[in-house]
Design a binder for this molecule. Sequence first.
Ligand code: SAM
Length: 187
Amino acid sequence: MLDFEALFERRAPVVLEIGFGNGETLVQQAAENPDLDYLGIEVHEPGLGHCLIAARDAGISNLRLIAADAVDVLLQQLPPASLRRINIYFPDPWPKKRHHKRRILQLPFLDLCADRLEASGSLHIATDWANYAEHIEEILAASDRFVCSSRREHDGDHPLDRPVTKFERRGLRKGHRIWDWRCDKAV
Ligand SMILES: C[S@@+](CC[C@H](N)C(=O)[O-])C[C@H]1O[C@@H](n2cnc3c(N)ncnc32)[C@H](O)[C@@H]1O
C-alpha cells in the first residue's frame, strides 16, 4: 500500500488520473493546483517518458507517476478512502462490440473507484465515443455508489472542470461530440 504522505513529502488531497496518455493535461492540472497532489497511472511507456519530461520542464513537485495497470494499482496499492478525485479522460473506447468487455469502465470498476475515494470524493469521466457514452450512462444509472451531479454533451467547447486533452482534440477533428460527467460518491 502506498503512503501518500511519504510519497509526496506532505499531506494534501490526492487526485488520481488513470490513462493520462502523454501527460500534457496532467502536468497542466498539477501546475495549476499546487495545493493538490497528483498521481498518474499509465501503461504506455513513451507516454510516461513524455509526461516526466513535461513535469521536469514545468518545475512541479506535486506529481508522481506509476507505470502499471490502473486496476492492479487500485486493488493493491491505493488505500481505501484515500483519494479526493479520480479522473478518467477518454479511456480506450474499444469500439468493436466483441471488445466492449475490455472497456475499463464497468460496474465492478465503479465500485472499486468508490471504495478508494474519500467520502467527499468524485469521479470525473469524459469520452468522445457515442456508444461508450451510452454504456457509461447505463452503468452510472445502475450504480448505487455514485450520484451524477453534472453531465455535459458538447463540441469540445465546454469541458467539465478539466483541460482539453490530446485524444479529445483527435476526436474533435474526426467530428465526434464530447460527453463529460462528474459523479459524487454516494453517502
Ligand atoms: C485513448 S488514450 C487517452 C489518453 C489521455 N487521457 C487523453 O485524453 O489524451 C487512453 C490511455 O489509457 C491508457 N490505459 C488503458 N488502459 C489502462 C490501464 N488499465 N491502466 C493504465 N492506463 C491505461 C492507454 O495506454 C492510453 O494511453
